[in-house]
Design a protein around this ligand. Sequence first.
Ligand code: PRP
Length: 180
Amino acid sequence: MHKDVLYIAYSEDEIRRRVRELAAALQSEYADKNPVFIGILKGAFVFMADLVRACGFPLEVQFLKASSYGFAAVTSGTVEVSMSVAAENRHILIVEDILDTGRTLKKLRDKLLAQNPASVKICAFLDKTERREADVSADYTGFGCPSEFFVGYGLDYAERYRNLPYIGVLKPEIYLPDGS
Ligand code: PRP
């Protein structure tokens, strides 16, 4: 385990198993729809790579960049979205590593809905439901999770730890300057 990680919240095995289950559920909904899976950069890149390989049906892959945190540990409240996906008449699945306040996904979903897609649904690997502020919820969730500082499996703190193969809780002294 990485020295900055307090404990492993979701192991590689647990993640692998849950991704397979999500793919099976997505198969029932999307097998004959040639959906567009839209990964939200950067955090979703690892989950997206696992998810699409577990889905044995035709689909397309796109990525969008949305950023709300910058280098801070808490959300800045401003969500920047760079948008270039042709969504008209397409079945869209937004793929996220984590759904927190929901501001990012609400803004993205509303922008996509303005393009008259056939459908827009959300698949979030982690879902911090107790932190929700915006009116948005995931249609597919890997794990409902508490409001801990998670890193790994695409999730970062100041751009570090994204490459950990598990999801861990970061030691507070790493992000609290006085170690309190
Ligand atoms: C994280 C995460 C989501 C968003 C969720 O991205 O990947 O996109 O925050 O937060 P919200 O529900 O409060 O809007 P971040 O802005 O940290 O960018 P990153 O994916 O590049 O790390």
